[in-house]
Design a protein around this ligand. Structure first.
Ligand code: BTN
Length: 255
């Protein structure tokens, strides 16, 4: 699979998108950068990563019209691929904080930004961007962030890690289109089960907040097929929340 290794760029997601407009790229093309000057995160945030210490990369995955309403299957597949690699390296207490932050204990070690290109209700390709904190030791101003090295107590070989991640991601992503679309009650088979099995704070009472309810207690039950978080609230009722609607309060300062 084609790999493009850049010393620096604005954002590997943005770079890959630009390249795709200029020329044909083989499926699975991976772009990595030693440093990003405008790394992008979820909800319009940025992504900061110390130069030469971590992994910041994006992968192109083409589809032959993957149903857009099943987009959350992509999040599940990508999260689980990363979890499998970090488990194999014995990084402690790996989980997925909905929708797709990868944590070690209560600390975020990896962020994922998936950008989908759509055409008549189908996803034609996705750009899967991954920022993994590998050997960075200090995270000033980010008390809920850590790296694999901090958590495992040893530095890791970044090239070897990238090989393993590429392989695991390719395996999960290329299996997606051969899996049948789900029937009601709409669960994505074993992918859904495996994702929920690794969901951070599933089954434990947690603090949440929404614009209309303010702060409240609830228990994560899982996710629905649209990727909404299912939370049992105080009134013994399960409600589904979209990504922009709810915030889970977690991390060292919220415990
Ligand atoms: C998040 O948790 O907010 C998602 C962060 C995603 C960061 C990665 S780094 C590689 C790729 N390029 C970007 O600009 N963002 C993603």
């Amino acid at each position: 699979m084609q790999r493009i290794k850049l010393p620096a760029t604005d954002s590997t997601n943005a770079y890959l998108k630009r390249l795709l407009r200029e020329r044909e790229l083989p499926d699975g093309t991976l772009v990595s950068a030693g440093v990003q000057t405008r790394g992008r995160g979820q909800r319009g945030s940025g992504w900061k990563s110390e130069e030469g210490k971590n992994l910041t990369f994006s992968i192109l995955k083409r589809f032959s019209g993957f149903p857009a309403r099943e987009h959350f299957r992509l999040n599940m597949a990508v999260s689980l691929a990363i979890v499998s690699v970090l488990d194999a390296l014995e990084i402690p207490e790996i989980s997925v904080k909905w929708p797709n932050d990868i944590l070690s204990g209560p600390y975020k070690v990896c962020g994922i930004l998936i950008e989908n290109a759509l055409q008549s209700g189908g996803i034609t390709h996705s750009i899967v961007g991954i920022g993994l904190n590998v050997n960075q030791r200090a995270f000033p101003g980010l008390p809920a962030a850590a790296s694999l090295a901090v958590r495992a107590g040893r530095n890791l070989d970044r090239d070897q890690l990238l090989d393993r991640l590429q392989e695991a991601l390719w395996k999960e992503l290329s299996g997606l289109e051969s899996q049948p679309s789900p029937e009601p009650p709409l669960r994505y088979g074993s992918l859904h089960d495996r994702y929920e099995a690794r969901l951070f704070r599933k089954g434990a009472e947690s603090k949440f907040s929404t614009a209309d309810r303010g702060l409240f207690a609830g228990v994560i039950q899982g996710v629905d097929a649209e990727g909404r978080l299912l939370v049992a609230t105080g009134e013994r009722q399960v409600r589904a929340f979209g990504f922009k609607e709810i915030r889970l309060h977690y991390g060292p300062e919220a415990r």
